[in-house]
Structure formats: structure tokens, C-alpha cells
Design a protein around this ligand. Structure first.
Ligand SMILES: Cc1cc2nc3c(=O)[nH]c(=O)nc-3n(C[C@H](O)[C@H](O)[C@H](O)COP(=O)(O)OP(=O)(O)OC[C@H]3O[C@@H](n4cnc5c(N)ncnc54)[C@H](O)[C@@H]3O)c2cc1C
Length: 283
């Protein structure tokens, strides 16, 4: 049986996204378990879009006709013999607390990434050369109304890319290969990952806007074209890290998109390299 499913009407992207812009979706649902999720996915005449913490999405100023399915109430963490099942809505902070309290290591590089596990499994996110794909044993999804456990080798993981970008799968969670470790070591490792991020810009952003082209740093290429600090309306290229666009004065998605186009043109004109967005457009 289904309990009452929490619904938000409308769902305002400016309040929910880390970049703080965009229009609204007419409605969002927050399923608490797999049955509720599967039920909801099947019932949306205009389609659906899954969101976690909305930290890597640029929502359109026009909002969306789709129903938002937010994973934040899917919060199960279940250790088994050789893996730990982590539901899509578990945040990096909650997973790291579990790891520290229960003595599991391996995913400390997630410290400071403002993600949910569903979002990072979709994006194949990571830090310092480590990516979530390295820990994935299988990903549990809803595909065409069926629940499947997709083995890692079918997730088509490569740099900031996954099969989920090319399918319409809803990620319910993933089995991660975390290893038993000493609590002090885990704590130390989390702290050192957090220290490495201390220089990153603060404020409303989506993190890195562009992927690093093979052999280059997107941030360095943008910096060398002299675009640090460039502003359009309320959006500007961070002075600290040129791969970050900040919304510091009620920027619209259109202003951010214009800035993205200027950056791509300038880097292409100077280096012949076409930058590819890491962020996902939500419309
Ligand atoms: C300050 C800052 C620092 C950051 N640093 C890093 C970093 O170091 N490394 C890094 O990799 N990223 C970084 N990011 C980007 C971002 O945090 C990651 O990409 C993260 O994985 C996104 O997770 P999310 O839960 O916010 O996903 P969302 O932004 O909500 O979603 C991202 C995409 O995944 C899809 N999606 C989300 N959940 C599901 C689901 N359950 N099923 C199907 N599709 C789903 C969405 O539709 C969307 O297309 C940073 C962002 C910010 C704002």
C-alpha cells in the first residue's frame, strides 16, 4: 500500500537549485520508497524529470511541463556482505556520516561535493581523479516500469558520463564497494579531501560548468582567454576559478547561457578547442 506522497506545488527552481535561477515546475513529488517511485513514474502525462540536490543543473527560466520527482526522501543505506546499498536521495554528507560511524572507507572523495548519490551515479562525478564509477558494483533503476539491477559494466561509465544520460532510467540507488576501515582513518581522509576544496569559490553556482578536454584544464583555458570576472547581468565568471559561473545578482538562466556561449566561442577562437558542458540543462 502507498502512504501519502509528499507533493510540492509549484516547485520553484530558484529555491531548489544551487545556482538559484529558473522558473517553476507545476508539481514535484517526493516518493519515500521504490513502490511509490514506480507508481509515480507511470502516471505523468507530460513526462518526469528526476532531481537530487540540483547542484549540477541549469533550470530554464520557462520552467518545465514535466513533473519533478525529487529523490530526497529515498534515504536507505543498507550494508550487505561485500557492498553497501545506498538509495538515490542519500546526500554525500549522510553517506560520509554513515561511513565514519560504521567504519566503511572508499568514498571519502565525495566530501564537500553537494550531491545526492542518485545525482553522482548519473553524472559519474568525483574529485581529485577519483570517480564514483570505481566504486559501483551495480545500479538499481526503473526502466520502462521494471526494476532492474544494472551491473557496472552496463552503466557505460567514462569521464563525467554514463548510460543514464542516454536513457530514461530513474536511479533508485546503487551498490557501492566500500571497504571496512578504521574510523580515525576515515575521518582523517574526509578532512584532507575537504581541505583540498577550501580554495573553491563560495556562493550560488553549479560547480564546474565545463568538462576538462583531454590533456587540458577547462578552467585554465578560460582564464587564459582573459574571461575571469566577465559579467552578464547577474551572472559572472568567478575570479577565483574560471570554470565556475556565479549567480551573485539574481541572474536568469538566459544570462548564464549567454555567458556559456561567450566562453565557448572565446576558447574555440583562441585554442581551437570546443568546450563541452558538464552541467545538465533542465527544461
Ligand atoms: C559548489 C559545487 C561544487 C561541486 N563540486 C563537484 C566536484 O568536485 N565533483 C563533481 O563531480 N561535481 C561537483 N559538483 C557538481 C554536482 O555536485 C555533481 O554533479 C553531483 O553529482 C550532482 O548531484 P545532484 O544530486 O545535485 O544531482 P542533480 O543536479 O539534481 O542532477 C544532475 C543530473 O542527474 C539527474 N538525476 C539526478 N538524480 C537522478 C535519479 N535518481 N535518477 C535519474 N537521474 C537523476 C538529473 O536529472 C540531472 O540531469 C559541484 C557543484 C557545486 C554547486
Amino acid at each position: 500500500m502507498y502512504g501519502q506522497i509528499f507533493k510540492e506545488q509549484p516547485f520553484d527552481f530558484t529555491k531548489h537549485s544551487t545556482i538559484g535561477c529558473g522558473g517553476v515546475a507545476k508539481q514535484a513529488f517526493y516518493p519515500k520508497n521504490e513502490e511509490e517511485t514506480r507508481f509515480l513514474l507511470d502516471k505523468q502525462p507530460n513526462g518526469w524529470v528526476a532531481v537530487g540536490n540540483m547542484s549540477n543543473v541549469l533550470p530554464s527560466d520557462d520552467g518545465t511541463d514535466k513533473t519533478v520527482i525529487c529523490t530526497k526522501k529515498l534515504t536507505e543505506i543498507q550494508p550487505s556482505e561485500d557492498t553497501v546499498y545506498v538509495s538515490a536521495g542519500v546526500t554525500s554528507g549522510a553517506l560520509l556520516r554513515f561511513m565514519r560511524d560504521e567504519g566503511y572507507g572508499g568514498a571519502e572523495f565525495l566530501a564537500g561535493i553537494p550531491c545526492t548519490v542518485g545525482g553522482i551515479l548519473y553524472m559519474n562525478g568525483g574529485a581529485g581523479g577519483k570517480y564514483i564509477a570505481e566504486l559501483v558494483d551495480r545500479v538499481r533503476i526503473v526502466r520502462g516500469g521494471e526494476i532492474l539491477n544494472l551491473p557496472a559494466n552496463e552503466c557505460e561509465y567514462f569521464y563525467k558520463n554514463s548510460v543514464f544520460m542516454r536513457t530514461n532510467d530513474f536511479i533508485l540507488g546503487g551498490n557501492l564497494r566500500l571497504k571496512k576501515a578504521k574510523k580515525e582513518d576515515i575521518e582523517k581522509s574526509i578532512k584532507s579531501w575537504l581541505d583540498k576544496r577550501a580554495h573553491l569559490p563560495k556562493g550560488k553556482s553549479m560547480g564546474c560548468v565545463f568538462k576538462n578536454p583531454a590533456g587540458y584544464s577547462a578552467g585554465e583555458l578560460i582564464e587564459k582567454t582573459g574571461l575571469k570576472g566577465l559579467r552578464i547581468g547577474g551572472a559572472k565568471v568567478s575570479e577565483l576559478h574560471a570554470n565556475f559561473i556565479l549567480n551573485d545578482k539574481n541572474a536568469t538562466a538566459r544570462e548564464i547561457t549567454s555567458l556559456i556561449a561567450i566562453i565557448k566561442n572565446a576558447v574555440y577562437a583562441q585554442y581551437g578547442i570546443l568546450l563541452e558542458e558538464e552541467i545538465r540543462y533542465l527544461k
